[in-house]
Design a protein around this ligand. Structure first.
Ligand code: PEP
Ligand code: MG
Length: 601
């Protein structure tokens, strides 16, 4: 038997609640991992590894000779260097040792050993040494291709099928397309609470922890593991006592969730009768069942970029109209608000850039991209107008920074109305048109923008990032990301006041809307709608039902006078813990995950 490994606890940032148990699957950067499975015959696996090395050596030698015959010694040296990689003690002794200890197949052990090596090199400041990783990756891929395919059959109950994914980082699109039936939960070294990867995990209900430093280095594939998305922990090789304790905890959480689910059909209304619209944030049609089950009153934010940018080519008007109409029909009679394409930032670019942007979050994203790519934008606008006949539909523009952008976008919308009329296609001209307020300059002129639109939706994820100047995806500065900053509270107040002057409503669709500590403040400031990840809707609804609007208004007045974040957090925390102490505990890492990263001690 391989060595029994000790229980280890890794602490990170909780971003999506839930406790799951399963084997680990480690995905490193660079190239994809081969299958991993347990083996019984160590000698046979070691032989397979040595065969693969021999084959690779022969091929490299052939390539060196070929290059030398074509262009002399210089080019041949590249392959000489590749051959040296195969002779490195890390390869020659490290891999057999890993096979012996891990009792896993040779190709996976080779991959794991080399990935650790490569990961160390990628983190070296010296650019020359960092560049060498490309060569080593090349050799590694060649070795992996050279493993014979006759090997021990993986057991039919191969635990790799159901696993906890551990990765250096995951892109939003990798998270969005993750196989929910295989991935029990995930943990990454990078990421923060408001990165799109974390937001998607919450809206899909996948337990997740980010910011686990060096996890890729230290964890072994197939090790049994517990992922605690409430507390932000990953426990590898847990003892039977730890497993029993976590099973009990998870049962307790599930029992509380079942209680909350019973509130499904009740309204989000405070004890003194103040009603809030509680809606859901989604990014695909598949999440509509979850929305309907959650008791959310419609969709406050449909992030269309995942549908639009996942394919090679942006879908045309017809395909978009079909999707938006299906969504509107399934959500009816509730409203669905489609946000027009918000490409860029940490999401997929709208089109391949010839060179990377130095500051993608300050660059070509959101409405700026759409106004520069009018044809694409108009396809989407026409599709949304057409979906307006299938149900209650609204649309909103992302990353508005000034009045001019709203006017331009609306004038393109008017062109679309004229075009659809000319074509004789059915559409609804009277859909609600909103602006997302997520840039400080827009918040400051909210009253002017309000005269041009039917509603506001405050995107706090970006508003906080741009106001306190903290990158929302960088774990190094995550502790500086403060939703409760006095500047944010005052900006939100300006937005709500600007909206009231023109009798339009204001929602919040950023992650702050599901932060249970700050919820009394948002309610007290006079927010009309909260849009949250669907799995969190029951929790937020119950919290609203336990609040008193009068008290929340007093709290908001006090927070508007406060000059320091910690005062605001303390004031909100007093009200929240008096109203729903048990919900705050339940929300840990789930709905109120932002609380932990956002509020300083
Ligand atoms: C926001 O910025 O708060 C928002 C909802 O938009 P996104 O998170 O998609 O940028
Ligand atoms: Mg945003």
């Amino acid at each position: 038997m391989g060595r029994v490994r000790k229980e280890m606890v890794y602490a990170g940032t909780p971003v999506s609640g839930g406790i799951v148990f399963g084997p680990i699957h480690v995905v490193a950067r660079g190239f994809s991992a081969p299958d991993v499975y347990p083996i019984a015959n160590v000698a046979r696996e070691t032989e397979r590894f040595e065969d693969a090395l021999r084959r690779t050596h022969g091929q490299l030698k052939g390539l060196r000779e070929h290059m030398e015959s074509l262009s002399g010694n210089e080019e041949g040296r590249i392959f000489e260097a590749h051959m040296l990689v195969l002779e490195d003690p890390i390869v020659l002794t490290g891999v057999p040792k890993a096979i012996e200890e891990r009792r896993q197949n040779a190709e996976y052990c080779f991959y794991a050993v080399m990935q650790n090596q490569l990961e160390s090199m990628r983190r070296i400041p010296d650019p020359f040494l960092r560049d060498r990783t490309t060569d080593i990756e090349d050799v590694c891929q060649r070795v992996l291709r050279n493993f014979d395919t006759e090997h021990e059959e993986p057991a039919s109950d191969d635990p790799d099928h159901l696993h906890i994914l551990v990765a250096y980082d995951l892109s939003p699109s990798a998270t969005a397309t993750m196989n929910r039936h295989q991935v029990l939960g995930f943990a990454t070294e990078q990421g923060s609470v408001t990165s799109h990867t974390a937001i998607l995990a919450r809206s899909l209900g996948i337990p997740a922890v980010v910011g686990l430093r060096n996890a890729v280095f230290n964890l072994h594939a197939l090790d049994s593991c517990i992922l605690d998305g409430y507390e932000g922990k990953l426990i590898s090789n847990p003892t039977p006592e730890t497993v029993a304790r976590y099973r009990e905890l998870e049962e307790e959480h599930q029992r509380r969730r079942a209680e909350l689910d019973k509130l499904r059909d009740l309204k989000a209304i405070t004890t003194d009768g103040h009603a809030i619209i509680l809606s859901a944030n989604i990014k695909s049609e598949d999440e509509l069942d979850l929305v309907n089950r959650s008791g959310a009153e419609g969709v406050g934010l449909f992030r269309t970029e995942f549908f639009l940018l996942e394919k090679e080519e942006c879908p045309y008007e017809e395909e978009q109209a079909a999707l938006y109409s299906r969504v509107a029909r399934r959500a009816a009679p509730s409203e669905v608000i489609f946000r027009t394409l918000d490409a860029g930032g940490d999401k997929l670019p709208g089109e391949p850039l010839s060179e990377p942007e130095p500051n993608p979050f300050l660059g070509w994203r959101g409405i700026r991209f759409s106004l520069d790519r009018k044809d694409l934008f108009k396809e989407q606008l026409r599709a949304i107008l057409r979906a307006g006949t299938a149900g209650r539909v609204g649309l909103m523009f992302p990353l508005i920074s000034g009045l001019g952008e709203v006017k331009q976008a609306k004038s393109l919308l008017a062109e679309c109305v004229a075009e659809l009329t000319a074509r004789g296609v059915e559409f609804n001209q009277n859909i609600a048109v909103g602006a997302m307020i997520e840039v400080p300059s827009a918040a400051m002129i909210a009253a002017d923008i309000a005269s041009e639109v039917d509603f506001f939706s405050i995107g706090t994820n970006d508003l906080v990032q741009y106001t306190v100047e903290v990158d929302r995806v960088n774990p190094r500065v995550a502790k500086l990301y403060r939703s409760a900053h006095p500047g944010i509270v005052r900006l939100i107040k300006m937005v709500i006041d600007g909206a009231s002057q023109h009798n339009i409503w204001t929602g919040v669709c950023g992650e702050m809307a599901s932060d249970l500590i700050l919820l009394p403040l948002l309610v007290g400031l006079g927010v009309d709608e909260l849009s949250v990840g669907a799995p969190l809707a029951p929790l937020v609804k119950q919290a609203v039902r336990l609040l008193d609007f009068e008290k929340c208004s007093t709290l908001a007045d006090q927070c508007l006078q406060a000059a320091e974040t910690k005062q605001i957090v303390q004031l909100c925390s007093n009200v929240a813990t008096a109203a729903y102490p048990e919900l705050i505990q339940e929300g840990s890492g789930g709905s109120s995950a932002p609380s932990f990263a956002v509020h300083p001690a």
